[in-house]
Design a binder for this molecule. Structure first.
Ligand SMILES: [Zn+2]
Length: 53
């Protein structure tokens, strides 16, 4: 399953959620303050290795 990284807008806690796309928003709850005001962090640089063409 894909891992999504979230950041809480209340306490700025960063956490990861492993879920399918359909269950993603349902499981995206801050583990620290249990807030649901979270935003998805797009980690597009995870596998951004330099590529030569
Ligand atoms: Zn929080």
């Amino acid at each position: 399953m894909p891992i999504y990284e979230y950041r809480c807008r209340e306490c700025r806690e960063r956490f990861e959620v492993t879920a399918h796309l359909a269950e993603r928003d349902k499981l995206a709850v801050c583990p620290k303050c249990h807030g649901k005001k979270v935003e998805l962090v797009i980690s597009s640089f995870t596998c951004a290795a330099p590529r030569k063409y």
